[in-house]
Design a protein around this ligand. Structure first.
Ligand SMILES: Cc1cc2nc3c(=O)[nH]c(=O)nc-3n(C[C@H](O)[C@H](O)[C@H](O)COP(=O)(O)O)c2cc1C
Length: 368
């Protein structure tokens, strides 16, 4: 039996295994609306056996999109196309989750594959981004307009409204995106937050917005359903946000009813040198789990089933999130089950005859 393929319960929700499709922007929406691509892309990963499938970052406001083509959840028209996706994911035995996000100063940028970097100008569909302070991400990005306190309240309410829409759309897990240098992380990090008011300066002030968003979302998100927060454990630069602060933040998030902290890193400092390698972020998830005593998820260059199994067996994290490996192979969970020898995963009935490579099958069974 492998732990990776064991069910996992949070509140009253049980995932069929510990494999999670990490949020991945697809940058192919018009007006923030999910479309056939999202149905097939996310649906394939449900067929492929993942336990929990996150949508890409869904913008809680129009100006909170990273690119003009981002997925959105800022209006009611965006609910129905998402509903179609959650319905399909559910029929496949997986759970649908949504990541709620605001890009802050990293909004209004080009889609990555266009080969252009930095901000999209207004005459090509861009807009002026907001942030905690008037500090651009880098020279290619427009300087953000600092949010005033009224606008901060509006951001909090936008997360709340988005969570309510997510529930109507059929999602069972919400993840608040407070990582990768987007708005909430921008408030957490002293590199991007140099405010003088109650939202900047001290640790208590810098974490205030993330805590207020979390508290407000938890109030409208059903008690029986789990709430995750994704954090960047470190900015990977001197004087930036760091792992000690992450552990402290995780303790506060726990008291607000967060069920799992999904631990990534980086994204605020363009100059950061990140020591990327297999499992390079897992020790941060371990610290959060052990020191803040809250469930953690780990992500980052996890590609091998034995590696994932090892992380779980050594108690470093509770859930394994995969991004690129699940793009390469949507059936990774089913193959992982094969590799780990568990026979715990259930293949879709339609694929039953292909289930295991070593499964004996009579040629006569293949003539329909
Ligand atoms: C195409 C792509 C889009 C991504 N979009 C998001 C996103 O919307 N939200 C997020 O938190 N992380 C996003 N990420 C980061 C992944 O969720 C993940 O943390 C990262 O790729 C490391 O995991 P991996 O090594 O398994 O790919 C994205 C990554 C990729 C490759």
């Amino acid at each position: 039996m492998s732990l990776l393929l064991e069910p996992y319960t949070l509140r009253q929700l049980t995932l069929r295994n510990r494999i999670v499709v990490s949020p991945m922007c697809q940058y192919c929406c018009a007006d923030g609306l999910a479309n056939d691509w999202h149905l097939v892309h996310l649906g394939s990963r449900a067929v492929g056996g993942a336990g929990l499938i996150f949508t890409e970052a869904a913008a809680v406001t129009r100006d909170g999109r990273i690119t003009p083509e981002d997925l959105g959840i800022w209006n009611d028209d965006q609910i129905e196309p998402l509903q179609r996706i959650t319905r399909f994911i559910t029929t496949q035995g997986a759970v649908a989750g949504i990541q709620l996000a605001h890009a802050g100063r990293k909004a209004s940028t080009w889609r990555p594959w266009l080969g252009r970097q930095g901000s999209v100008p207004a005459d090509q569909g861009g807009w002026t981004p907001f942030g905690p302070s008037d500090i651009a991400f880098d020279a290619k990005h427009t300087s953000p307009v600092p949010l005033d306190e009224q606008q901060i309240q509006e951001v909090i309410q936008a997360f709340v409204a988005a969570a309510k829409r997510a529930l109507t759309a059929g999602f069972k897990v919400v993840e608040i995106h407070a990582a990768h240098g987007y708005l909430l992380h921008q408030f957490l990090s002293p590199l991007s937050n140099q405010r003088q008011d109650q939202y900047g300066g001290s640790f208590e002030n810098r974490i205030r917005l993330t805590l207020e968003v979390t508290k407000a979302v938890r109030e409208v998100w059903p008690q029986e359903l789990p709430l995750f927060v994704r954090v960047s454990a470190t900015d990977w630069v001197e004087d930036g946000w760091d792992a000690d602060e992450t552990v402290e933040l995780a303790k506060r998030l726990k008291t607000l009813g967060v069920d799992l902290v999904d631990v990534s890193s980086g994204g605020t400092a363009a100059s950061a040198e990140i020591p990327v390698g297999p499992g390079y972020q897992t020790h941060f998830a371990e610290r959060v789990k052990k020191e803040a005593e809250i469930a953690s998820g780990t992500v980052g260059m996890i590609t091998d089933p034995a590696q994932a199994e090892h992380i779980l067996r050594t108690g470093q994290a509770d859930l394994i999130l995969l991004a690129r490996e699940l793009l390469r192979d949507p059936y990774w969970p089913l193959h992982a089950d094969d590799d780990l020898g568990g026979r715990q995963a259930v293949w879709p009935a339609q694929y039953q005859r292909a289930t295991h490579r070593d499964q004996p099958i009579h040629e006569s069974d293949l003539r329909d």
